[in-house]
Design a protein around this ligand. Structure first.
Ligand SMILES: C[S@@+](CC[C@H](N)C(=O)[O-])C[C@H]1O[C@@H](n2cnc3c(N)ncnc32)[C@H](O)[C@@H]1O
Length: 255
């Protein structure tokens, strides 16, 4: 499967749905995408069948190869059952530490990849990665996990915790690649935490299978305004596009 049919739908609908579900408005036991219980139940049901949200590695490869050298020590945030890490190893990446909040998923992935030493799996909440020392990664990739947190209760707090942890773990000059359905008005405010100083380059990729006419190359960065928004009048050809924020940790300065 190349992209989800579902719950983390674009343009905030799922964020609203997630928040409502967390209030227990429907009664009974309902989980939201921001909660470990939801994901554990989902992975028990799916039994670890591979599933890549939004985009497959083949589509992301040009961006990943441009910004992440194969020798990087890489953190895959909220890895899920995606084939992304496996595909990256096949493409020459040597050290990928995959974390996910779901213990069910981590067990399944450990069994699946026991003979692939380039991949490690750890059950960890991205909001508290104190297990890792400061500046211990060259790169971090998130595809869909910040989006999940945005569906949970106290979403802005969770997002801030996550971004601050990623910033702490990256070496100066390191890269955080965020792949999300959130446009700059919904994501830049969370990326720009007070102690972070990111140099952000934005790319916009239509969802897989989009049939519209491309007015521009997806490999051209989309400029951001001074306050971190899309340029006036700019609308992506595909309204359900995915946004790739390449955030470089700039050394020594504070934003
Ligand atoms: C939308 S899925 C994306 C999975 C995978 N990255 C992909 O591209 O297919 C979100 C993943 O984030 C994980 N997750 C949710 N909240 C998390 C948290 N606080 N810490 C770590 N992982 C989390 C979920 O268990 C799930 O596997």
């Amino acid at each position: 499967m190349s992209s989800s049919s579902a719950p983390l739908s674009p343009r905030g609908a799922a964020e609203e749905e997630g928040a409502a579900r967390s209030d227990g408005a429907t009664g009974g036991t309902v989980f939201s995408y921001g909660e470990a219980g939801y994901w554990d139940a989902r992975y028990v049901e799916e039994g670890g069948a591979p599933y890549d949200w939004y985009q497959r590695y083949a589509a992301l490869r040009p961006f990943v190869r441009r910004f992440v050298p194969p020798a990087s020590r890489l953190l895959m945030i909220g890895c899920g059952s995606a084939l992304m890490s496996e595909d990256m190893v096949a493409d020459g990446y040597r050290e990928i530490i995959n974390i996910d909040i779901s213990s069910v998923l981590i067990e399944l992935m450990r069994k699946k990849y026991f003979d692939l030493p380039q991949l490690q799996y750890m059950q960890l909440d991205v909001r508290d990665m104190s297990k890792f020392p400061d500046e211990s990664f060259d790169c971090a990739i998130d595809k869909g996990t910040l989006d999940s947190l945005m569906c949970g209760v106290e979403a802005p707090l969770s997002a801030a915790q996550m971004v601050l942890e990623v910033d702490r773990l990256l070496k100066p000059g390191g890269v955080f690649m965020l792949i999300t359905y959130g446009d700059p008005s919904a994501r830049i405010p969370h990326l720009n935490q007070p102690v972070c100083n990111w140099e952000i380059v934005l790319y916009i990729l239509p969802r897989p299978g989009f049939k519209g006419n491309a007015r521009r190359s997806v490999f051209d960065p989309v400029p951001l305004t001074e306050n971190g928004r899309l340029p006036d009048g700019y609308t992506p050809e595909d309204p359900d596009s995915h946004y790739i924020y390449v955030c470089k940790k700039v050394h020594g300065l504070q934003g």
